[in-house]
Structures are given as structure tokens and as C-alpha cells.
Design a protein around this ligand. Sequence first.
Ligand code: LLP
Length: 414
Amino acid sequence: MHYYDIQGIQLTELAEKFDTPLYVYDANKIIEKIGILRDSFKDVNIKIKYACKANTNLSILKLMRKHGVEIDVVSPEELRLALMAGYEGAQITFTPSGVSFDEIELAAEIGARINLDNLDVLEAFGKLYGNKKGALIRIKPHVFGGGNEKIMTAHPESKFGISIHQKDQILEIVKKYDMKIIGLHQHTGSDVKNADAFTQAASAILEMAKDFKDLEIIDLGGGFKVAYKDGDITTNMAELGAVLSSAFLNFCQEYGRPLQLWFEPGKFLVSEAGTFLTTANTVKKDPIKTFVCVNSGLNHLGRPMMYGAYHDIFNASNQDDSQQDDYRVVGYICETDTFSWSAEGQQSERRMNTVNKGDIIAMKNAGAYCFSMSSQYNSRIRPAEVLVINGEAKLIRRRENFDDILRNTVEVDV
Ligand code: LLP
């Protein structure tokens, strides 16, 4: 179902007021998703750690914090943003992949919880801190789950985490330095369609956890599947919550004390809260196709081109469903940046209410991995971002300008 307003403010009004291209986020939707996740795991001691790589706007981070959500970061810069949003060190988890030990030390000194993802950093952490600082270990459980191969992270060939088959080596290092391993972590992948992948990964981690004596946390990552279009399979949170909670509570009983269950969702919390507004620069009628050329491209929203991701697209300027046509929605970048592209074997055309030049073309599910993955390719500036909160639309990031394109350029005589 399409929507033409966010908290009563028309999308066209937002486009007019803030100009396009524009990212708009609905705070109510984010708050609703936090509630669903909490309710699904109400029987256990759950902590939600927002995987902020999905959307790092400071106001979004502050909103998460206000609603009791903690944070997962993957770089020193995300760590700084988390601190700016008001998080304390201990509320931040640092889950980097293959970084230098300097970054890990920096985060540990701030008091962040660290997910160690290879034997080298496990050893370095042990050598430096012994049992003085606790850490979590990221395990690769050899499970297949995720929307496409590029976003599957727990299978045997994935670069992420320490293979579950290296348990003996892990235990050896932990023993050698008398380390305090406070948690085991795993992240299956993103867009995980098959709920079995979560339960398989959880049971592998819980089985392994029996060999660690100081655990306080089991961190099962993120990856809950959200709907990108009507009828999409999504993760049934109530069912998953029941199954995982019961496995977790059984484990805690066997382990002899209560533990915390952590999740780090990104998409689940923010994907559906975002709408990307663009303007149709022209409607180009070709003998075989009709292209809608919008004032944006893969520089702003690259998911369809990178992953064949499906984003629902509709004409926010025309609510008359009686006259429709098939359109291929494309960007202005000098690449084949087709927003309406789909890897699912469908045509790259979308049926939309008649589009005229100047109409506002809206793309859904634009809250996660859209702005945060944007670039200045073709020397194009990045869009502005707006948060609709308590019925009011607030600018939370200004549109870039030419100075941003030139920033850090050093001009030399050649
Ligand atoms: N935890 C870890 C360790 C992760 O690597 C990720 C995502 C998450 C949690 C959150 O996953 P989510 O709940 O958002 O699925 N750019 C891709 C997705 C990359 C995900 C990277 N890691 C996309 O647009 O589909």
C-alpha cells in the first residue's frame, strides 16, 4: 500500500519545502519497530544494539537512545558519533572486521564492548588486558542465511568472525592470558528470509558457550527481514522471539545464571521508516520503453544496482489510480542506474500512476543503507535528510553544496 503523507504531512509538501532529492524518516515508525522487537523478546533480558551503519544521522542515533536502544558501531568515526549522541562507552559495542589493533584499543579505552573477530586481535587483546577487561568474541557459525550472497556473513567462506571450528585455538588463547570472555557474538547476514538460519546459528553459539565460564552476554546480531513490497516474506518476530527466548532461557538454566540476550538490527529498525523523494526531470518515451528520469542516481541510493534490491516506487504527485503506465525509473548518473531494477527475474518496469515531468517520485524502504552508503560520484552532492517527529518535519542534515565536493582537494601546479 502506498502512502502519500507522513504523520499528516504530504510527501509533495515535504518535497516543496525541502527540495529534492530528499530523505525523509518517520520517527513513529522507528519507535513502533523498537516496540515490536522488545515485545517479541519480553520473556528474556534483551538489549537492542542498533547497527548504526544502516543510518548514522545523529538525530536518528539520539532518537534510538531516547527510546532505550543502545548501539553497535564498526569504525572509530561511528564510535565518535555514538558518543556525540550521548551514549556512554559501556552502551557501545564495537564490531569491526579486520581492523588494526589500534582501533580496538581506542574503543576499549573508551569502555566500549568489543567483538573480537580474528585470532590475532584475540591474542593482542589478551596480551594487553589479560583479565582486566572483558571482551566478546565474534564466531562464524557456518550457517547460510541472508538475502543474497553479498550480505551473508556466517557461511564457511565469509570473512567475518572466527570459525566455530577454531574453538580449541580460541580456548587456548583465552586460557593463556586468563582472559575474561563476557560474550559470544554471531551475525548471520542481512535480509535473512529463512528463520531456521537464526535458530541454527543460535544453537551453534549456545552449544559453544558451554565452554566459556565468564559469559554475561549472547549476541545474536541482526538481519531480521523486512518487507520491501506487499506480500514479501518477513521475519515473524513473535515466532522467532518465542523459539529463541525458550532456547536462550534453557541455556541460562543449564549455565547456572541469567545472561543478557543482545541483538543488533539495522534494517529492522530503520528501513521502512525512510522514504526517498526525487523529482521526474523528464518522461522519455522510447519506442519500446518509457523512462522516468529522476534527479538522483546510484550515488544516493545504490541498493538496486548493488544487490538487485527491490525498492517500491510510486508517484507521490498523482493519487489517481485509474490511469497507469509501465515505467522504467532511472537515475542521472553515467551508468545504468535503474532504480526499478529487480534481481527477482521481473522486468525493470513498474506500474505507476501516470507520471508527468516535475512529479515527485517516491521510493520506499529508504531508511537503511541508503544515505549511509551514498557518494559524490559524478561530482554530485548528497541529498538533505528530514525527520518527521511529533507531527513536525525537521531538517536533520543540510543538502551538500559545491564546497563539499571540493573539500580536501589540494590544487597543485601540474
Ligand atoms: N550486526 C553486524 C555485525 C552486521 O554486520 C550487520 C550488517 C548488522 C548487525 C545489521 O544487519 P541488518 O539488521 O541491518 O540486516 N548494505 C547491505 C546490508 C549490509 C549489512 C552489513 N552488516 C544492504 O543494503 O542490504
